[in-house]
Ligand binder design. Structure first.
Ligand code: SF4
Length: 102
């Protein structure tokens, strides 16, 4: 009986810890990274200087990288990404300055 009570108390404590962690340690996910990454060629060749297409997508969202850093992307692929960037809004309502990432 003592073991059941101990496990119940442990379960409640762990539940509270997980609830606290979920509320206060939550990391905002910027869906724009995944979308832009999926619009890049997916060669993961590193020719852009970033660790794969996802790395360049993160840099584009941070506005430290440019779509033109991707060497094998076709012009129509660039245009698709530009159109997405013009419409996409980040988790805090911010937009990417297209002129900085072209
Ligand atoms: S150069 Fe283009 S295809 Fe190659 S890893 Fe960078 S984003 Fe991906």
């Amino acid at each position: 009986m003592g073991a059941v009570v101990s496990l119940a108390i442990l379960g409640v404590i762990l539940g509270l810890v997980l609830g606290f962690a979920d509320k206060f340690l939550k990391v905002e996910v910027d869906e724009r990274v995944a979308t832009i990454s999926s619009l890049l060629p997916q060669f993961n060749c590193g020719a852009c200087g970033y660790p794969g297409c996802n790395g360049l997508a993160e840099a584009i969202v941070d506005q430290t990288g440019k779509v033109s850093d991707c060497k094998p992307i076709k012009p129509e692929g660039k245009e698709t990404i530009y159109q997405y960037i013009e419409e996409a809004v980040g988790p805090n309502g911010e937009k990417i300055d297209l002129n900085k990432v072209k």
